[in-house]
Each structure stands twice: as C-alpha cells, then as structure tokens.
Ligand binder design. Sequence first.
Ligand SMILES: Cc1ncc(COP(=O)(O)O)c(C=O)c1O
Length: 404
Amino acid sequence: MNNLRQQFPILSQKINGQPLVYFDNAATAQKPQAVLDAINDFYTKYNSNVHRSFNPLGEKATQLYEEARQKVAQFINAKSAPEIIFTSGTTESINLVAQAWGQRNLKKGDRVVISIAEHHSNFVPWLQLKEEVGIEIDVIPLSNDYKLDIKKARTLLQQNNVKLLAITGCSNVLGEITNLQPLLDEARERGIVTLVDAAQLIAHEKIDVQKLGCDFLAFSGHKLFGPTGIGVLYARKELLEQMPAWQGGGEMIQEVHQDSFTVNELPHRFEAGTPNIAGAVGLGAAIDFVMENFDIIKKREQELTEYFLEKINQLDFIKLVGGQESKNRAPVFSFTIDGVHPHDAADILGERGIILRAGHHCAQPLHESLSLEATLRASLSFYNTTEEIDKFFKELTLVYKKFQ
Ligand SMILES: Cc1ncc(COP(=O)(O)O)c(C=O)c1O
C-alpha cells in the first residue's frame, strides 16, 4: 500500500507546514508517476498530430492515441474500439448524447427518466432539451436509506413515451452505488435507451458495458487518476451509426466540397478537430495503473470506508448525508456539522492542509430535496490512510468546538 501511495508525488507535500491530507478525490483524483511520465514522454518524444500526419512522429502519435482507445475499450469491455469516443470529460460526453442522439430522437412529450442524485451535468442537458424540444423529465426520488427508490423508478419507466433512462452509477454526494442492473434490464425490456453517468463509479467498480447492457456510458479521465481534459463516451455501435455528427470540422469528415461533405467512419466522426492526444495517452497509463492494482484499490477503499463510518458515528455533532452501510458505497461522505457552515469548516481545515469540498457539489436538486443548502464532503481514495482520517476528525472536532 505504502508503495502505491509513494507513486503519487503530490501527496508527499506540505501545506502551511502540515502534511497534505487530500480528501477531495470525488472532485479530481491525484495522478501516479506513471501517468505523469506518459504525458511527459509524449510531449518530449512523440508530439505530433494524429491521423493526418504521414511521417514517423505522426504515425507514432496516432499509434499511441489509438492504443489508448483500445485500452479504454478493454477496460470497460466494449465490443470494439470504435465504440469509444474521446471527449473532454463526462460533461461533454453527456452533452454529445443530448445533442447528437437526443435532438434527433426525442420529440415534444417524450419522457427522460433521471434520478434526484444526478450531478448537474446529467440534469442540465435534459433541462435544455426540455426547453428546446419540449421533453418531459421524470426524477427518481430517494428512499429513506438514501438509495434510489427502485419501486418508484420502475413505475416511472413503465409510463408511456419514456425514451431514455439517464442515471448515475454512483452519487458524488451520497457515495451510494446505484443498483444499475435491474433498472437497465427493465429499460431494455421496454425499448428505452440507457445512459450511465460513470464519472464516480469508474474509479471504484469494475464496469462491463456488455454485461450491464447500457447503450451509453460516460466518464472523465481525471477522476480515474488520469489527466483533466480527457473523457470517454462509450456508445453501442448500432446507435452511433444512426447518430449525426455532432461538431463539424477537421477529422470528422471524409471529403469536403464547396457545397457538401461526407462524414468519416466511427469513431472519428464524433471527434472533430485535433483531439487531446497527450490526455488520451495519460488516460491509457491511468487505466494500466488501475488494472494492475484494482484488487488492492478495492480492498483499501473498503477498509477506509468502514473506518470512516465507524469514526463519524462516534461524533454526535455530525450528520452523515448518506447510508450507513459500508458495502455498495464509495468512500465519499457528505455531512453537516451542528452550528458550523460547511464553507467555514472547509476554509479552516484547508489552512491546516486538509483539502475537502463544501457546497452543493454540483448536485443542487439533491440538496434541495433534502432541505439542505450545502454539505461538507470528504471523498477518499485508496491512497488515503486511517491516520489521515484520525487527523481529520480531530481537527474537525476542534472546528466544531470553536463555533460553540
Ligand atoms: C457523478 C458525476 N457526474 C458528472 C460529473 C462531471 O464530470 P466532469 O466535470 O469531469 O465533466 C461529475 C463531477 O464531479 C460527477 O461527480
């Protein structure tokens, strides 16, 4: 374990003389040396544009970029690499679906089912289509244990005109991992297209898109120990083939004439312009890292989750916003503190080297549904330690006492 933590150079620094305690992994995870090296190597040895450059450097860059695509395909068990579209992140991936698939396939009165636990990036693109096209949005609520209300979800999916289920695989606030399979199965039986927002899930669970049977799946590289600015949209080939190109420009075309153009083959049709080549290479290195260490990552996260829950339950001035079960949960914990505003706590703890997040975490509808304005969120990764958790709760108790 220590060996793995040591592969993350940023974690050994101090902030204001205090060792860094990085508890903001749901916002973005830190990067191992292998990812930093892959990006550095790309720019120092192979930097060139892809696909159009018929020279040794361009060919190498293309090879590395396409190898990264293969790695992603293998990582999530897609049937083929052309089902992997590189985007700038989850947000762009979902917007691509909303625009390229949604604009063509959804009409006034059609229904899109989402959940109350969605991040804004799986809320707003559908609200935009509501404004532009007149679709209806149904929202699956939470049950008392902070899990999605599956019974209600089923009822919503059984309505007429439901065309899409777009749902998070893991809440970035509650840490709850969605029991996706029954929902996706129900949707598929009814001919409803499905999209999974795997922005959080991807770092915590093995994902098999063929087993899940989802049509689209979106994630970002930076939450998976990869670089920012690179993400993935997985889409079933049959759907991609029917979707019009999203953005126009270089790379996505086969031929352009004064008054017409023809589109490129998959997946390039959906990757207009020069892509984030170094980002894709860095993501490939991150995937290698995760695949090599998955069992340790999983075991460590489970231990940290159990430890964190045990500690938080000993403090009666803290209210956890999320389930108590340590299974089927990511180490993402949001909570409120009696008499202390989350922003004040985050500020003070930040000064002491403990980095966490305060606010609605881009999940304002969820906070509103729980009658909360803001929460404090500690989101851990496998490289965190029980000593860091102890320090965090000790400092948090001091903050609480200061405000009483
Ligand atoms: C569940 C979820 N979906 C989507 C996103 C958006 O990801 P990005 O900002 O990388 O596009 C996030 C980011 O926090 C998230 O947690």
